[in-house]
Design a protein. Structure first.
Length: 431
């Protein structure tokens, strides 16, 4: 199954031709991300296992980073060769936006995915699932992802009552919820829950649904009910082909979410106690006793450890935070290298606030080198800003000015209070 029916796929192939046809200053991961459409209907989930998963991230946040990354790499090429847009008479919302940004004429019509999606729902539901993921994770187009999801919602009777149908309903709900805070996502999740075959998958669905009530819908009553459902599902994982360690680990993730709710409500001491409980449970669990792949489990350990440190930051306890972030760096080096840049940045930040600018330079410089591989421009900019501060404080204004000049000038998303879950490097369904 090819993705020739996606107008954006045609544009992406033209961009690939431009990259290969001459020198282009594009990020080294750009071509891989924009050619993910080639695997739709096939090995998409396996191929994208190392990509950020913005749709299934615990924050349930409409990240601007994937669009910013795509446009930062694509727009210079389109401006250099406007003919890249020629012949794309029907445009996805992502392509239509690019046309507006370069001052090109509007497309004749906006792409309606209904016909193609309906044709594949019964026989290949993963085609629609993967199309949603491609639009959001590769192109940053929440609008296109929501358009495909809306088609799914209007043809529910065609969605298979099996695990692949459950995946499609879950992802469609994430796209609608994150893109537009659309309450219809709740219905999709209820239907998905009954189709998903693996208990851990059902648990993660419930946990993200609870997060959505807290962060997207801001409905406290529904959040409290949803988080109780997630905790009940976590507590019984060992009775559904998982281990007792799986159950304890999952309960720790629910405690982490409850800590976020406590922070939102201004109850910092309660939040600290909840995160501490989550962490103390996690550190006693051998990762090889979990059903989750060790790399995915390690990412969640990083998430909770980060939150312990960030709560110390909120309290202004910089020395304690720096010590904890040193522990985080050590853990990331050994178990979760994809989180190492993030951990080093937090350590450097805490050391700066502690008044140890000289000590902060080494972790920040290492973080900056690692961040060059990141597809989130904001991650690279954040560490460069901290390096500018550190260089200025150690009496090197020239280097500080150099870091400032290296910053990308486009806006970056703000930081979250708690790291409920960064876009992770993991395949469906645990991103």
């Amino acid at each position: 199954m090819t993705s020739n029916w996606l107008p954006a796929a045609g544009l992406c192939e033209r961009l690939v031709d431009q990259v290969r046809g001459g020198p282009n200053r594009v990020h080294h991961r750009f071509v891989a991300l924009i050619t993910r459409h080639r695997a739709i209907g096939g090995s998409y989930f396996a191929l994208t296992s190392g990509d950020p998963g913005y749709l299934t991230d615990f924050r349930m946040k409409r990240y601007r980073e994937p669009r910013r990354y795509f446009e930062r790499n694509a727009l210079p090429m389109i401006r250099e060769s406007p003919s890249t847009l020629n012949g794309l008479l029907t445009a996805d919302r992502s392509v239509a936006r690019l046309r507006r940004l370069v001052g090109a004429s509007s497309p004749r019509e906006l792409f309606d995915p209904s016909r193609v999606v309906r044709a594949t729902l019964q026989s290949q539901p993963d085609v629609a699932t993967q199309a949603i993921c491609f639009y959001v994770n590769s192109l940053g187009s929440w609008e296109d992802g929501a358009a495909v999801s809306d088609t799914v919602l209007r043809d529910l009777d065609q969605v298979p009552r099996d695990d692949s149908g459950g995946r499609l309903l879950a992802v469609s709900g994430y796209a609608l919820c994150i893109a537009e805070a659309d309450p219809r996502a709740r219905r999709l999740w209820r239907l998905a829950h009954d189709r998903l075959a693996v208990a851990f998958d059902r648990f993660f669905l419930l946990l993200r649904a609870a997060t959505a009530e807290l962060k997207r819908y801001k409905d406290e009553r529904r959040y409290l009910r949803a988080v109780d459902h997630a905790m009940a599902a976590a507590a019984t994982l060992d009775k559904a082909d998982h281990t007792a360690e799986d159950a304890a680990f999952a309960q720790s993730l629910v405690l982490n979410l409850r800590a976020l709710a406590s922070v939102t409500a201004g109850r910092s001491h309660e939040a600290a106690a909840l995160v501490d409980r989550a962490w103390r449970t996690m550190i006693d669990i051998p990762l090889n006793r979990l059903t989750l792949p060790p790399g995915i489990a390690a990412r969640y350990v990083v998430m909770v450890l980060e939150n312990r440190g960030l709560l110390l930051v909120r309290q202004g306890r910089w020395a304690a935070a720096a010590w904890l972030f040193e522990e985080l760096v050590s853990f990331a080096r050994s178990a979760e290298p994809d989180s190492l840049s993030e951990a080093l940045t937090l350590l450097g930040f805490a050391q700066l606030k502690q008044g140890s600018a000289t000590a902060a330079l080494a972790p920040l410089e290492e973080a900056c080198e690692l961040a060059g591989d990141d597809v989130r421009p904001g991650a690279h900019d954040a560490v460069r800003r901290l390096l500018a501060v550190a260089c200025d404080e150690v009496g090197d204004p020239g280097r500080a000015a150099g870091w400032i000049q290296s910053l990308d000038t486009s806006p970056s998303p703000g930081a979250s209070t708690l790291a409920e879950g960064e876009p992770s490097q993991a395949s469906w369904p645990h991103r």
